[in-house]
Design a protein around this ligand. Structure first.
Ligand SMILES: Nc1ncnc2c1ncn2[C@@H]1O[C@H](COP(=O)(O)OP(=O)(O)O)[C@@H](O)[C@H]1O
Ligand SMILES: [Mg+2]
Length: 223
């Protein structure tokens, strides 16, 4: 479970996140929807320790992530696929996938096992494994970014606008990957941001709205 308590984040002295308190349960997929500039990326970056909090706490079960420097947060099994995918162009896709696990000093055997699970969830990555990270289209890069986040994100997965710019066919493949993921890691919490609720379809169990840095739960019934 991820619990945000009274988060306030300022950038250049202006308030960007305002008094955000919410709980993301285990085994749930939650959408955070808001227009451009609402604060979605800042929210995910704050959870990862890439933005300084003015106030607040970020609890992952009984660990206060907000007391940990950014580079130690992913070690608590948090995976993050940023909005602009950040695949290293000088490495192959497979090296890109293995990298975050290597950084955490997982054994070769453990990394092989993670890779197998990841390819089971996102099989589209398999034929790209030996390709250079520089040779991917935007959509392929998003699939690889999902895979890389899955390699470490066995407890919490943060996906920043994954559907933005994806062609309908890839969008469907991405959705199928997320539904396979629920079967493989049923306890995982997933947070997906989007600017357009429709793109999320039936994926999220709940949707939060974010507007000018404030967040509230959408109480409309799931369609
Ligand atoms: N590095 C930055 N410098 C100044 N303002 C920023 C910076 N990053 C984000 N902002 C501002 O913070 C607000 C929220 O941005 P962001 O979290 O990127 O929104 P979203 O992801 O919902 O589009 C916006 O008003 C944006 O202009
Ligand atoms: Mg954003």
């Amino acid at each position: 479970m991820l619990k945000l308590v009274n988060l306030n984040v300022d950038i250049a002295d202006g308030p960007i996140l305002r008094d955000i308190s919410c709980v993301f349960e285990r085994a749930t997929t939650v959408g955070v929807v808001g227009r451009n500039g609402a604060g979605k990326t800042t929210l995910l970056r704050s959870i990862m320790g890439l933005c300084r909090l003015r106030t607040g706490e970020i609890w992952l079960d009984d660990i206060d992530l907000s007391r940990l420097p950014g580079h130690l947060r992913a070690q608590h099994h948090v995976g993050y696929a940023p909005e602009n995918r950040v695949i290293f162009p000088s490495m192959t896709v497979e090296e890109n996938l293995r990298l975050p696990c290597k950084a955490q000093k997982l054994s070769r055997q453990a990394i092989d096992q993670r890779l197998e699970v990841t390819l089971g969830v996102v099989p589209e990555i398999e034929p790209m494994l030996q390709r250079s990270g520089a040779a991917l289209s935007g959509g392929q890069g998003k699939m690889v970014a999902l895979g890389r986040a899955l390699m470490v994100g066995t407890r919490l997965l943060l996906l920043d606008e994954p559907f933005q710019g994806l062609a309908p066919k890839l969008s469907n493949l991405y959705t199928e990957a997320l539904s396979r993921l629920k079967g493989v890691r049923p306890e995982l919490s997933v947070i997906i941001t989007e600017s357009n609720t429709k793109l999320l379809g039936a994926i999220p169990d709940h949707v939060w709205t974010i507007e000018r840095g404030a967040m509230w739960l959408n109480l409309e019934e799931k369609p």
